[in-house]
Structure formats: structure tokens, C-alpha cells
Ligand binder design. Sequence first.
Ligand SMILES: NC(=O)c1ccc[n+]([C@@H]2O[C@H](COP(=O)([O-])OP(=O)(O)OC[C@H]3O[C@@H](n4cnc5c(N)ncnc54)[C@H](O)[C@@H]3O)[C@@H](O)[C@H]2O)c1
Length: 434
Amino acid sequence: MAEIAVNHSGKDKSVCVIGLGYVGLPIAMRAVERGYTVFGLDLDERKIALINDGKSPIEDAGISEELPRYPFTATTDPSIISEADIILICVPTPVDDLHMPDLGPVKGATDFIAKHAKKGALVVLESTVNPGVSEEIVKPILESAGFVVGKDMFLAHCPERINPGDKKWSVKNIPRVVGATDSIGLERAAAFYRSIVDGEIRPMKSIREAEAVKIVENSFRDINIAFVNELAKSFDQLGIDVKDVIRGAATKPFAFMAHYPSCGVGGHCIPVDPYYLIERAKLSGFDHRFLKIAREINNSMPAYTVELLQDALNSISLPLQGTKVGVLGLAYKPNVDDMRESPAEDVILALEQHSADVATFDPHVLRLSTTKTLTEILERSDALILTTAHKEFIESITPELLKEHGIRVLIDGQNAFDREAITAAGIIYKGIGR
Ligand SMILES: NC(=O)c1ccc[n+]([C@@H]2O[C@H](COP(=O)([O-])OP(=O)(O)OC[C@H]3O[C@@H](n4cnc5c(N)ncnc54)[C@H](O)[C@@H]3O)[C@@H](O)[C@H]2O)c1
């Protein structure tokens, strides 16, 4: 533990970002832009080499463009932490196969801090966590190394809200909430974020409140998406187009917010974060029934999508077994290469369980695509499932193109295509709830 003067002055100059992914990389660059001396720490040597070479390790036009302009030193050596006044933890918070929260990366990053941080450092956890993690997991690790949080080490939480690929909202302008274990930590953290973010920085009364904010935001999304996914299944039975209905409801100028159904919810946040609250509340004796049902409904959508395909094929006397099915999209959302928790994975699994003859194509994830061009996958497929609404698909796939390649069925897992035009071309079209 390096011994240097405790800095209570708010004049923090240096920042160490632990975890240089979708969250850590943009904030590190932004801190450079705003005049901080920045160090980056990651376990992934490939990422470190790319970053030090001025190249983005993730597909993101903004990061690729700005990294050479706002360079910083990145390393796999945790002793770099001793150089920093402020240490940001931006490591993953995934769940395991049984949906149990995995706080291993947060604990690992905190162990590094406990070993190397200088006295007086401010530690800010940016990773999404359930209420309690900062005080129940992070603080005890720091204190076990001899630090006294609130005296010679400060602890805050400022959940990241970044939406990679979003051109309007970025780390530069998304408002943030911040909570801390004491007033000095809160003041320093708020001052830091005010110096780099051109949006509101809202201090919360406690670190737990700040942790809860992020979980509430993502659970809100998960629950609303589950509602429309359930409506899609119900309206399929009733013969009502759920997309049209939601658009109709969205004409109400207040108290309605449009969410749309799809073949599943992906990404590292929405299908993950509710489990953190579910599991932590369980420890306190509370059963989050609503959140659990939402997760169950959203998790059921990939299999439901494959059932739609099976029904459509059966309606023209074709079995799913052995039919050549093309899956369009591996990423969890359009125009990015991020596959974490992507529903495409479960769609492919369900197709394989039915012994369909599956091929995949994603122009953003070519290394894992079994076909390398749109033409190639159209050529070898009898039926298609659109799992990701990449612009390459939406702009290129026309009813004529489908017809030309002999496509018999299109399952539109994102409700992105023109149903009438595709049906008029003699192709069976089925969307999610339409
Ligand atoms: N990606 C998003 O859009 C987004 C948005 C808001 C919040 N979040 C949250 O932010 C956190 C980080 O997400 P991300 O998408 O940036 O993850 P990511 O996987 O892109 O990046 C995390 C990085 O941390 C590194 N890492 C893991 N353990 C480490 C350790 N002990 N020491 C040093 N480095 C370590 C990994 O190698 C990886 O490069 C998560 O809690 C996530 O839920 C993500």
C-alpha cells in the first residue's frame, strides 16, 4: 500500500480505469479529453495491445475515431493503480448458467485496489450491481487490507448508462446518479463526474439508492418487454397485430411508453440485472415474483420463435427436421458485434434440437457465421429467421430477393419487414405477434 498524502481537496488529477470494455474504454477516453492523466487496467492482453496501438478492441465507430485523439497508457499490471487519485471499476457483472450473479470480476478488481491503491484514493464502482454490493462486498475487501473507508479511502457508486452505438446519448452527455458511503466520497465523485459529463449529476442519499437506480431502470425495461412479448403470444391467438396495436396506443401523449416484442431480450444488462435484485432480495426474505415472471416470459421467446417457424413449415407440409434454415443475425442488437446473451444463440439451439439444418450469417460477427455473405445464406436456405435487425438486412432484403432465392418462409423475429409485401410475393411471413 503506497503511502502518500490523503487527498480530500477535490483536486483529483489522475484516474485508473479497471476494465476496458464497452463502459471503461469510453470513460477513460473522456477523462483524457477533460485533462485527467489516465491509466487503464485490463486482464486481456490482446485488448491492451490494441488500445496502446490506438485501435479499438470493440466494433464502435466513435471509439475507433476518438482513441487516437485521446490516448492513455493501458496495462495488465495492477500496480498502475497506485498512480491514481480516482479508481473506476468497470468490470463485467454477468450471471452464470443458472442465472446466479457472478461477482468474481468485481471482487478481483477490488482485490487489486486493496493491494495497490494509495491512501486517500476514491474508488467508484461503475459496474451494474444489486443494492448492497458496494457496502457488503467492496468495502470489506478494502478494509481487510487496512484501509478505513471514509477516512483514508473513499467509496462511491455511479452506475453507467451508456448505450453503445447510440449517436445521441453517450458517456459525454448521459445524466448520472452517484451515491457514496460518506459525504467526502460523494462530493469528490460528483465533482469528477461533473467535470466529464455535460448532463445532470444527481447525488443520491446513499450508495444503496444509487445501486438500486440502475437495477430499477433495467428491470423496468425487462418487465415492459415481457408484457408486450406476452401480448404477442396472446394476440397471435386472437388474430390481432400487436405492432399495430402498440403504435395505436403510442398515440396517447401521456402515461404510455411503447415497447415492442421480439424473438428475445439480449445484451449484458436487461436479461441479467434483474437476477441480481431477485437473488439479493431473496437473501432478505423477499420474493420478486413479478421480476421472475418477466424473466421467464422473455427467456421463452427464442423457443416460441422456432415454434412459429415449425407451424409455418407444417402449413406447407414441410417438417422443421432437415429443413435448411438461415438465421440472420448473431449480435443481440442491430449494427453492433456484441453477442452477449443474444437470443440468436437460443434460437439456434432450439433449431438444432429440432434437427433443422441451420446456417448463420451476421455481417458484424463474420468469424462465427457459418456463411460469409447474404447471398450465400439466401442461396442455401428454404426458410429464414431474422434475429437481428442489422441495417444490412433491412436495406438489402426485398420480397423479390427472397423469391429469387426460393425462400418459402420468413420468420421476422424483430417485426422489421413489410408483411404485406412479403406475403404478396407468395412467401409465408410470420412476425412476433403479427
Ligand atoms: N455495455 C454496456 O452497454 C453497459 C451499459 C451500462 C452498464 N454496463 C455495465 O458495466 C459493466 C461493464 O460492462 P462492459 O460491457 O464494459 O463489459 P466488457 O466485458 O465489455 O468489459 C469489461 C472488461 O473488464 C475486464 N476485466 C474483467 N475482470 C477484470 C479484473 N479483475 N481486472 C481488470 N479487468 C478486468 C475484461 O477483460 C473486459 O475487458 C457491467 O456491470 C455492465 O453490466 C454495461
